[in-house]
Design a binder for this molecule. Structure first.
Ligand code: SF4
Ligand code: F3S
Length: 482
């Protein structure tokens, strides 16, 4: 998953269609990566079968759930502030309200949450959501309840997520859970457990349901999607000891991606996140072969310095990363590549930082997610390395990385000038209610006059202008994807 799949989103309260027979109200708010947002849809589905409809009005909720992120200290501070807000509502408006903490921070802090935050009645880790109905009964009887057991095989493959606050066009479909990589800065292996893959049939069924409901785009989600491997269930690390039959009938990511592309030729397919050491040529050929697979790879590197990559336990070198970039460009010339970068990892020198800058110059990423290093308790870096780069130095290096990325983003958007790109209309443009906005295959936002087109249409758009983040153009007709 790298830094995250998409960690830029703020908390979002979610609504789903109501079941008339349900009498209780659930307010659920999500923070962190796309995996958390996707999990909240699983949770809403489980609770909609247990007498809860969602609400966006915090004050009227019987149950408030906050799906939390631990990736950085700042993310955790945001959650603490929200809990303080819930506390005030409970005290002043709704004393019967129960509060539960889900997700990565629940897994990291476990019972500590119940001790530190008196408002919290319920703590549930990412693999224990099916236990929510039992835990809620416990809470109803006046007790605190907790389940943070990580699972070897839970993938929620049998739950049909309820699409919350959805535009009805794009949806996440999770395909793996957990991560076996143990990057030294990362809390995810501790909060999400070991890597396991979801049964292909349940993935296909979920996509079919989305297609039947009119969805046009899916993102296959996992902390490390290229490592997807189905061999009948269980942890990825146990594959070597699986039976010959299980090995012979196993399905890897390239096979899964191809199956989805063939079965749903008019559905646009994205995936996230790719880990450089697990991305291999077969998957690149599949991306190149099928028009409906987007030409965009989110390929976090975190640093351009070999010494820092090693200290981070990233299992590739700078040169290997360059070779992978060259291979991507030769097989899929139009492919956008995007990054996650950490500034100021422990012991990072000016020279290491310059290596990051020169790596960025080589790749010229389309966009990226960039952060200053934040020490996470319990990780190897947190336990064994001094967070010794001064905050001011981290901030300055981060700014240099962000500025360089802005130049490269502008370079990449300018490459589209005069070209025609296929856009899936997702929403009204923020700058004008007379314009549509949607992404092209490379995941760059495109805006253009609405004319007679409608949300969910695939439209060919001729690009006439751009900023560093957006393409501006005019529709020249519907594309063959409709
Ligand atoms: Fe990503 Fe590494 Fe964290 Fe796994 S351990 S989620 S690969 S950053
Ligand atoms: Fe995602 Fe944050 Fe957990 S990025 S996996 S919610 S630590």
């Amino acid at each position: 998953m790298e830094k995250t799949i998409e960690e830029s989103k703020q908390g979002e309260s979610l609504v789903l269609e109501h079941k008339a027979q349900n009498s209780k109200k659930l307010f659920i708010e999500s923070y962190g990566c796309a995996m958390n947002f996707s999990d909240s849809e699983v949770v809403a589905s489980i609770l909609s079968d247990n007498n809860y409809n969602t609400t966006t009005v915090l004050e009227e909720a019987d149950l408030v759930l906050i799906n939390t992120c631990s990736i950085r200290d700042k993310a955790e501070q945001t959650i603490r502030k929200r809990l303080a807000k819930y506390n005030a509502v409970k005290r002043d408006v709704n004393p019967k309200m129960k509060v539960g903490v889900l997700g990565c921070m629940a897994e990291r802090l476990k019972t500590q949450f119940l001790e530190e935050e008196k408002i919290v009645d319920l703590v549930v880790g990412p693999d224990a959501y099916k236990d929510l109905p039992n835990l809620l009964q416990e809470v109803e009887s006046g007790n605190d309840a907790i389940n943070v057991i990580l699972s070897k095989d839970e993938t929620y493959g049998d739950i049909s997520p309820v699409r919350l606050n959805s535009n009805g066009i794009s949806a996440f479909v999770s395909i793996t859970r957990g991560c076996d990589n143990m990057c030294t800065f990362c809390v995810v292996p501790f909060t999400r457990g070991r890597e396991r893959s979801r049964e292909p049939e349940s993935i296909i069924t979920e996509i079919q349901n989305l297609w039947d409901k009119g969805f046009k785009e899916i993102t296959l989600l996992g902390q490390n999607v290229d490592s997807y491997l189905w061999y009948g269930g269980g942890l990825k690390k146990d594959f070597d000891t699986a039976s010959d039959f299980a090995k012979a009938t196993s399905v890897d990511f390239a096979q899964l991606l191809e199956t989805v592309a063939i079965k749903f030729p008019k559905m646009r397919i994205r995936f996230s996140t790719s880990n450089p050491q697990d991305m291999h040529e077969p998957v690149l050929h599949i991306i190149a072969k099928y028009h409906n697979i987007c030409k965009h790879i989110h390929l976090p590197v975190q640093s351009g310095s070999d010494r820092i990559l090693k200290a981070m336990n990233r299992l590739h070198t700078r040169d290997e990363y360059f070779r992978l970039i060259d291979t991507i460009r030769s097989i899929i010339p139009e492919c956008a590549v995007t990054q996650d970068m950490i500034a100021g990892f422990p012991t990072e020198t000016e020279e290491d930082h310059q290596d990051t800058m020169s790596l960025m110059e080589y790749v010229k990423y389309s966009f990226g997610y960039m952060y200053a290093y934040s020490e996470r308790p319990g990780t190897l870096a947190g336990r064994k390395m001094d967070d010794d780069v001064p905050e001011l130095t981290k901030a300055r290096r981060l700014q240099e990385i962000v500025d360089l990325q802005r130049q490269h983003s502008a370079f990449r958007t300018q490459e589209f000038l005069g070209k025609t790109v296929e856009v899936l209309i997702e929403k009204e443009s923020k700058r004008s209610n007379k314009e549509w906005a949607g992404r092209n295959s490379q995941s760059i936002m495109v805006v253009f006059p609405k004319e007679h087109y409608k949300e969910g249409d695939f439209v060919n758009v001729k690009i006439t202008d751009c900023t560093s983040g957006t393409l501006i153009g005019k529709a020249v007709g519907l594309s063959g994807m409709n």
